[in-house]
Write a protein that binds this ligand. Structure first.
Ligand code: ADP
Ligand code: ZN
Ligand code: ZN
Length: 783
């Protein structure tokens, strides 16, 4: 993305605009979408392109005067009007655009088309959508440097001799003659023994040297290839999937690769990526943020060693992100591996040949701020626009994708039923934890029951490693009065939610405090009940409490050394997580314990035991997907066991061991679970059988919030058509950070019906996104 805009040129453009109001008659016109939360006219405002900027096309980020105050505002050219096209407003009212954005960014046309779809489908103004597509690092040109390269000037022709130079200057020219050229000005200065660049600049001015400028984004290095493992020979099942999908290169087609954990789905993707590049096209591979560990990236980079791989994820520095994005935009990479937002990779037009979404069921693919897009659904759309195949892969497909493959047959299902050669299927045991606790003589053992404890001991004795999952941070999540006759319970003063007890051991003394996981408010743990004065007790589950119990049960486990807790509190940066995995990989850490961060994607052959402290944490959520989430978590984490030569085992503790989601995950029976769950969804008319959009209204005043929600519902009703409107009702958490929350749910059999209602609402100015209103199409979050 070369920067053609110098600051000086920018000033010229600004000056010309004020002088050019009268000549705007013949200037080309463009439609610009400003980066604001409101929709202005259907898709943007009309501006004139001043002469200096007449080359700008659709996809360029620009600055325009907005409103009466002519406030300079960032926006995007979304369309150039034809020379005879009627702009729909009088010419003299059209203002000239101020300048091109200094980043010089121009998005490819395919990406612009994609952004338009996102804007319409997720009901987010196009300017805002485009703003979110462009990484801030690219917009701010972080890491971009300009370098001056110099070379010897060709010998002058004819009489025009060059001015005389000093001996020292001649010395610099002599040195340059011996060096590879062109060379950076600063490097030549150093080689010639100068302390500044000035004498060389004078040689440029006098014509002895010729100078060229080069811009580049410098960021150091990124994708490190792991050990180059020889490519395994695909199994028959893998080969069948590869062959069938390859047949669809060059056209849009949907494929679902359903393979148990360890079945070798990644191997299938890698072969397809290679094939795509061999055919001269480029590919996008999306993986969940959480599995973008150096392990995964290194493995893929190693296998694609002959391809140019770009990486996009949150662990990059800003300069690296700009570098990778720029590399992609300039066509310098064949494959991009990245998290959710990599679906917006600026692949040059006409060259995208394959899109793959690994772990397509992951809720992390959904963005929780506007535009609230789903990376997987966007990937399908992007493939459709690029006319290329899309491959979704999972051991526990989302019910949306499963229905598309099995019932609607709009995607082709490929089953990988066996683990890759050499891998065993882990034996999964579900422990009735209520029963174990009743039987236990040692009342102190409250989190790790005898079955799990004995299995862990045996695994350690045997030299194996253990992964232990509890999907809840903190020490304990329930803080209440110890007197059963008093019903006081600690809740957050700003949210309708309980607070979580955390223990801080960083200081000299151990300190207990409570934190709200919704608004992050904190206070010290009260000692006594404010109502009756009796002592306060804490109970419930948290990773910190598990850690405490582990060090008590297993003296060989030392926190920070042989035991490591992995959760949002201990792993504050991607680097922490990467270091933790490295220490687990080299065997120093015997037991890795933590939240869902450790449940997915990890491939460590010495993990022979996986324990789930409580499989019930997701079941308690007020969400119709609770069963689906539980199934996914239990089977994903169990799949981390037995990835080496020794067999693996998983032990799942649950107070509800008969819950189908848990029972069927333990027997690896996804198909049965999916069939039953789909039947329930059909019966209750829930997604994926119906499409849903959620409008969430937030306001500090309870009555205002209710009034606004009722008002919006009333405005929507006249044009609902077949769309069902539910509510307004209080959200499951009715107040967060001092703001009341009410929701309106829209449901329809077909997504286009929801889109129509939202589009109509937008055109009537009813959906101004921001603090007070969020629109969530195909919501995954029900809080
Ligand atoms: P998944 O992504 O389905 O969980 P992976 O692709 O991570 O599975 O494969 C699990 C392991 O099996 C990896 O170490 C991989 O290198 C290995 N593997 C995959 N396919 C084969 C094969 N055809 N032959 C031998 N080993 C394989
Ligand atoms: Zn709170
Ligand atoms: Zn009390």
């Amino acid at each position: 993305m070369p920067c053609t805009e110098s600051p000086r040129l920018r000033i010229v453009a600004v000056v010309s605009l004020f002088a050019s109001n009268t000549v705007s008659q013949d200037l080309p016109l463009v439609v610009v979408a400003v980066e604001r939360a409101v929709d202005r006219s259907p898709d943007g405002l009309t501006y004139a392109l001043p002469h200096a900027l007449s080359h700008l096309t659709e996809g360029a980020r620009v600055e325009v005067p907005l409103g009466r105050g002519e406030t300079p505002t960032a926006g995007w050219i979304v369309r150039r009007l034809g020379p005879t096209e009627d702009p729909g407003i009088p010419r003299e009212k059209i203002k000239p655009l101020i300048a091109q954005d200094p980043s010089g960014v121009v998005l490819p046309a395919e990406l612009m088309q994609f952004a338009r779809w996102i804007s319409a489908y997720y009901a987010c103004p196009i300017g805002m959508t485009l703003a979110s597509i462009l990484p801030a690092a690219v917009r701010k040109s972080i890491g971009r440097v300009e370098r001056t390269l110099v070379d010897l000037a060709p010998a002058p022709v004819g009489a025009a001799a060059l001015p005389k130079i000093t001996k020292r200057q001649q010395h610099a020219l002599d040195v340059l003659a011996t060096l590879p050229r062109p060379i950076e000005l600063a490097d030549l200065a150093e080689a010639a023994g100068y302390s500044s660049n000035e004498p060389l600049k004078r040689l440029v001015a006098s014509g002895h040297l010729i100078a060229t400028r080069k811009t580049a984004v410098e960021a150091g290095f990124i994708a490190r290839a792991g050990n180059i493992a020889p490519a395994p020979t695909p199994t028959a099942e893998q080969q069948a999937a590869i062959t069938a999908i390859s047949r669809d290169f060059g056209q849009f087609a949907q494929h679902l690769v359903f393979g148990v954990t360890g079945a070798g789905k990644t191997e299938v993707y890698i072969r397809l990526l290679e094939e795509c590049v061999r055919r001269g096209k480029r590919a996008i591979l999306l993986v969940p943020e959480i599995s973008l560990t150096p392990q995964t990236v290194g493995r893929i980079a190693a296998r694609l060693a002959n391809q140019k791989v770009a990486v996009l994820h949150s662990g990059l520095t800003e300069a690296q992100r700009n570098q990778q994005w720029t590399l992609l935009a300039e066509g310098g990479a064949d494959v991009v591996v990245g998290a959710r937002s990599a679906i917006f990779a600026p692949i040059p037009d006409g060259s995208l040949g394959l899109v793959v979404v690994d772990e397509e069921h992951e809720p992390g693919y959904k963005q929780d701020s506007a535009p609230r897009y789903h990376g997987r659904d966007c990937a399908i759309r992007r493939a459709q626009l690029a006319k290329c195949p899309i491959v979704l892969g999972s051991a526990t497909p989302s019910l949306e994708s499963w229905m598309n493959a099995v019932e609607r047959r709009i995607s082709t299902l490929h089953r990988l039923t066996r683990r890759a050669p050499g891998l065993n299927t882990p034996k999964v045991t579900v422990v009735d934890f209520g029963e174990e606790r009743r039987m236990a003589r040692d009342r102190r053992i409250s989190l790790i029951g005898p079955t799990l404890r004995e299995a862990m001991q045996r695994c350690f004795d045997d030299g194996g490693q253990v992964l232990l999952l509890l999907n809840r941070r903190g020490y304990a999540n329930y803080i209440a009065c110890s007197d059963p006759r008093c019903d006081w319970k600690l809740t957050c003063s700003e949210c309708d939610a309980g607070m979580v007890c955390h223990v801080d051991e960083s200081g000299a003394t151990r300190r207990s405090y409570v934190r709200c996981h919704h608004c992050l408010a904190e206070q010290l743990l009260p000692k006594n009940c404010p109502d009756c004065g009796k002592p306060v007790t804490v109970f419930g589950l948290g990773t910190q409490r598990v850690e405490e119990e582990l060090t008590r049960l297993f003296p060989s486990l030392v926190e920070g050394d042989t035991l490591l807790r992995v959760d949002g509190d201990t792993m504050q940066t991607a680097q922490h997580f990467h270091d933790a995995l490295e220490r687990f990989g080299n065997g120093q850490i015997r037991c890795l314990m933590g939240t869902q961060m450790i449940a997915k994607g990890l491939d460590f052959p010495n993990v022979r035991l996986v324990g789930v402290v409580s499989a019930d944490t997701a079941l308690a959520l007020p969400d119709f997907r609770a069963g689906e989430r539980t199934f996914q978590l239990v089977s994903q984490v169990s799949g981390r066991a037995g990835r080496g030569e020794r067999p693996g085992r998983a032990i799942i503790q649950s107070f509800e061991p008969e819950t189908p989601a848990i029972r069927l995950a333990a027997t690896h029976d996804f198909e049965k679970f999916a069939t039953q769950e789909l039947e329930d969804r059909r019966q209750f008319a829930l997604p994926p059988y119906r499409r849903m959009a959620r409008l969430i209204l937030r306001h500090p005043g309870e009555t205002e919030c209710a009034d606004r929600a009722a008002g919006l519902a009333a405005e929507l009703r006249p044009f609902l058509g077949p769309v069902e409107l539910r509510g307004p009702s209080a959200c499951p958490i009715a107040r967060i950070a001092g703001k009341y929350r009410r929701q309106i749910e829209l449901l329809a059999d077909h997504p286009s019906e929801i889109s129509r209602v939202l589009a109509e609402a937008r055109s009537r100015g009813l959906l101004k996104l921001g603090e007070e209103l969020a629109v969530d199409v195909d919501p995954l979050n029900s809080v």
